[in-house]
Design a protein around this ligand. Structure first.
Ligand code: SF4
Length: 628
């Protein structure tokens, strides 16, 4: 088989044993790689209904089909487990050298079962697996852990995926980090923490065989050339932070916990400001000619010297959404999240919930007692020092940080039960995942995409906001097209997440990012890698299957229609300023759009999947278990 080794490595942390599973070529043709293959491995290996922190919840890693080849932005892998944040599938992507090392060790994927008694670093050295004592790595940050492992093994080619102190402390939205990139959002770091798995390290020394190297090189060269041209300028120069000013203009920039969509100090916290005052260099994931990551530094003040990579989602969550216009504070917050290995978006949105709860008089100063401030402090919007201290308390689970480390859903439910309040109304999450930086009140199609998302409301798993922002549909009005649009957007994204290819390459194939512009080249890349004969329709099928296996996983874990919902604020609490003021997506509108969406997917009115749909997609065993 070309492009794959045909082998999945299983590792049992409880028994400290390993075994190899051979997979047939048809399995790879169906699941391809990335989030699709990782979710399929979860489906095959999880004990349905188990707790996310149970040893029965496996860590599933799946390489991308193009990892280690010349295909630009193809150096990515998928990571999946049951999410402790949502209780449904937690599927994430991360890029760079870790996946290339794993591919060169000749593993297509890794499934880590059980839980270790002592903290462990699993070292995959080509065929050999070693369980290394991780005691001396405890408390180290994500990057420091990678460095320490390389030093310990005296090999700078060893690549590691690690957790930081937040994962060790099982902050519910902790990340896994490798090569400075994060597999974020759904709490993988906490799952690793529950297994006492500090790191997975890999040394891979073998070659990767592809079917048609000449064609693959030629295609890759042409795409790389385009990727260094005008189609990616905005990512290379300002990164995704251009969105700060763009979203502000549209009245969609989440401000002070999504109370408004316009921030009066947007310019001070914009990509342009960051570029002029804080950016020190641009870096790239391995295998990427674009380089969108804007490394930025605090140059003066109490956090002088703190440096981290910044992108829009982290910046909105830790800037305007906290009412913060001091870029130094925003960088410091993101730096804390990245170093300690927790999701910067969930960190920011959880702190913004706590700020609003404080300003409404439910949290008091004394709720924020800590070592640094023994009498507590006032967690008000715009107070950078208070936000930074709160992030540190979350990381360390100190004082109220323990509650906040559970994320907005559990934290609000706990406080409401204790104090008889209704803070859940401003807990900005769907299915437990904190909301992204696109205010759905001014984006009807995205409000549907966010409500039905399999890992919660997510800008990365559904690009439905494109339909609204590009004016393909009226962003303020519901109509009968929204079900098809939301379906198309999530399945389009699922193709990129499965290969995986970074979505920023999407216009570099032919200049057009739509299916007609991208699918023929993607089919050629797959065929040159594997020797298969994929056509346009097969690329569509990749997205449909990837999305369906995630949905099937959720159904088996108890999903029901009422789980497809939006935060209360997006349904009932209109903004008062800017071009999106006055709008919500009402319950009636949402239910109407969900009906349209289920119909477009070929599902039942309750959102369940008919057996025939699953069988037609080549999933007979899934049909057997959850089909209706
Ligand atoms: S464009 Fe950015 S996120 Fe995408 S692969 Fe390149 S560096 Fe990584």
């Amino acid at each position: 088989m070309f492009g794959y080794s045909g082998k999945i490595l299983h590792i049992d942390l409880t028994e400290r044993k390993t075994w190899v599973e051979d997979k047939p070529e048809d399995w790879y043709k169906t699941w391809i790689g990335g989030v699709s293959m990782a979710t399929r491995l979860c489906w095959e290996n999880i004990k349905p209904g188990c707790d996310a922190y149970s040893p029965d919840n496996p860590v599933c890693i799946a390489n991308g089909i193009f990892a280690g080849t010349p295909v630009p932005v193809g150096g990515k892998y998928g990571l999946a487990s049951k999410s402790p944040l949502t209780g449904f599938i937690g599927d994430s992507l991360s890029g760079s050298w870790f996946t290339i090392a794993l591919k060169r060790a000749n593993w297509d994927g890794v499934v880590i079962h059980g839980a270790s008694e002592k903290w462990v670093n699993v070292f995959i050295d080509d065929d050999r697996v070693e369980f290394r004592d991780a005691t001396k790595l405890m408390g180290k940050g994500t990057y420091a852990t990678e460095e320490a492992i390389r030093e310990d093994l005296a090999d700078d080619q060893v690549r590691s995926a690690t957790i930081g102190p937040s994962g060790e402390n099982m902050v519910r939205f902790a990340n896994v980090t490798n090569d400075g990139r994060q597999a974020g959002r759904t709490g993988h770091g906490a799952v690793w923490g529950s297994k006492k798995l500090k790191a997975v390290s890999v040394r891979g020394t073998r070659g990767i065989q592809v079917a048609d190297p000449e064609t693959l090189n030629k295609l890759s060269f042409d795409i790389t050339k385009e990727a260094q041209g005008p189609f990616t300028n905005k990512y290379r120069i300002l990164g995704t932070m251009t969105n700060v000013m763009n979203m502000n203009k549209l009245g969609l920039l989440p401000t002070r916990n999504f109370q408004e969509g316009v921030f009066e100090d947007a310019e001070k916290i914009s990509g342009e400001y960051l570029h002029d005052h804080h950016k020190v260099k641009t870096i790239a994931c391995a295998q990427c000619p674009i380089a969108c990551e804007q490394m930025s530094v605090v140059k003066s003040g109490p956090w002088e010297g703190s440096m981290t990579g910044i992108e829009y989602e982290c910046l909105f969550a830790n800037g305007p959404n906290l009412g913060i216009s001091d870029m130094n504070a925003a960088i410091q917050l993101i730096h804390i999240a990245d170093q300690s290995g927790m999701d910067a978006m969930s960190t920011g949105v959880t702190i913004s919930w706590a700020m609003e709860t404080f300003e409404k008089g439910i949290f008091k100063k004394e709720d924020f007692k800590c070592k640094k401030y023994p009498d507590g402090f006032e967690l008000k919007f715009g107070n950078g020092e208070a936000a930074v201290t709160t992030a540190e308390m979350i990381r360390d689970k100190e004082g109220i940080g323990k509650l906040l480390s559970e994320g907005t859903r559990i934290a609000s439910q706990t406080i409401d039960k204790e104090r008889g309040t209704e803070t859940w109304k401003w807990a900005m999450n769907s299915k437990g995942l904190e909301a992204p930086g696109y205010d759905a009140r001014g984006l009807k199609t995205f409000s549907l995409g966010a409500a039905v998302g399999t890992r919660g409301g997510c800008h990365n798993r559904s690009s439905a906001y494109d339909v609204d922002i590009q004016g393909i549909a009226d962003r303020f009005k519901v109509d009968e097209t929204r079900g098809e649009h939301a379906k198309d957007a999530e399945e389009y994204a699922a193709v990129y997440d499965t290969l995986p290819l970074c979505k920023f390459i999407r216009r570099c194939f032919t200049g057009k990012a739509d299916r007609a512009g991208a699918w023929p080249t993607i089919a050629q890349l797959i065929n040159a890698t594997t020797g298969w004969n994929f056509q346009y329709e097969d690329i569509d099928l990749i997205g449909q299957r990837a999305h369906t296996i995630k949905k099937a996983f959720n159904i088996r874990e108890g999903w029901k229609r009422s789980d497809d919902d939006l935060p209360w604020r997006w349904k009932h609490d209109p903004m008062t300023k800017g071009p999106s003021a006055g709008y919500v997506t009402s319950d009636e509108e949402l239910e109407y759009m969900i009906d349209l969406y289920y119909k477009a997917k070929g599902w039942t009115k309750e959102g369940l999947i008919p057996k025939k749909v699953l069988i037609d997609l080549g999933m007979p065993d899934v049909a057997e278990q959850i089909g209706v």
